[in-house]
Design a binder for this molecule. Structure first.
Ligand SMILES: [Zn+2]
Length: 265
């Protein structure tokens, strides 16, 4: 019997090849029979090819507060105050953020956290709360529009959270969207519970994302936009921009902003 695995029969995409080079076991972080994990890997997966100075999460989808806490303790993080908000990030990400902020201020600009402490590290419970802040209003919206019945929404509310996410993504396939303005996938608005780059402590939401000069300063310090259409959201990769294609990322322009996303097509 040949020992070649199914996944090795085809040429792997640049992103999968980069994960392999980074020593990441793709089936461990994203089981092949888990469509949510695969979707998360393709949408938020840039953190897995970050520089070796940071620790990527062991899975695409955390399923408990205990697992998140264990990872965050192992990866380690630093805290600092920016304005009134306490920001927590992995040490290398924090160092780069503070350098970027100093560079911005030296040019008369600034880098500040959007929505307080939530701009950086989040717990599992934070991601569940954010999920509900999109999920519940969208149920009401689509019920009023006659796209979902009362019975359907009741059933959706009662589902365990992982099945809730799977159902929502399925509904979005029929253009019943769960983002804040109901116009796009919920995953471009907030992360599915247990999946955020903020859980990995490698993400920072900045108020100044519209300023091109600020985005350039972020990029010069290893911070890039890697979640398509999530405009204020920056991801610490710790790499130079010229290194990103070799790490399996491709650049895409949306709303005049450049996003580096997994090259999986
Ligand atoms: Zn964010």
């Amino acid at each position: 019997m040949p020992e070649t695995k199914q996944s090795h029969l085809q040429q792997p995409s640049p992103f999968y090849a980069a994960l392999d080079r980074r020593g990441i076991n793709i089936e461990a972080i994203s089981p092949p029979d888990d469509p949510i994990a695969r979707r998360v890997l393709h949408d938020y997966g840039a953190i897995f090819i970050a520089d070796e100075s940071v620790t990527p999460p062991p899975v695409c989808v955390f399923t408990s507060e205990a697992a998140v806490g264990e990872f965050q303790e192992r990866a380690g993080f630093r805290s600092t105050n920016i304005g009134d908000a306490m920001i927590e990030l992995q040490p290398a990400a924090m160092e780069a953020l503070l350098k970027a902020r100093a560079a911005a201020r030296a040019q008369g600009l600034d880098i500040t956290p959007r929505d307080g402490a939530e701009a950086a590290r989040r717990s599992y419970a934070d991601t569940v709360r954010l999920w509900n802040s999109r999920f519940l209003p969208a149920l009401d919206h689509w019920t009023k529009r006659g796209k979902l019945s009362d019975r359907q929404t009741k059933r959706l509310r009662a589902l365990p959270i992982d099945r809730q996410v799977a159902k929502v993504l399925q509904l979005e396939g029929d253009e019943i969207f769960f983002s804040k303005d109901f116009s796009k996938s919920v995953l471009y608005s907030i992360a599915a519970p247990g999946t955020s780059q903020h859980i990995a402590m490698l993400a920072f939401d900045a108020n100044e994302f519209l300023d091109e000069r600020v985005r350039e300063i972020f990029a010069e310090h290893g911070w890039f936009q890697t979640v398509l259409s999530d405009l204020p959201h920056f991801t610490y990769l710790g790499l130079r921009e010229t290194e990103l294609p070799a790490r399996g990322l491709k650049s895409v322009e949306v709303h005049d902003q450049k996003f580096w996303i997994p090259d999986v097509e």
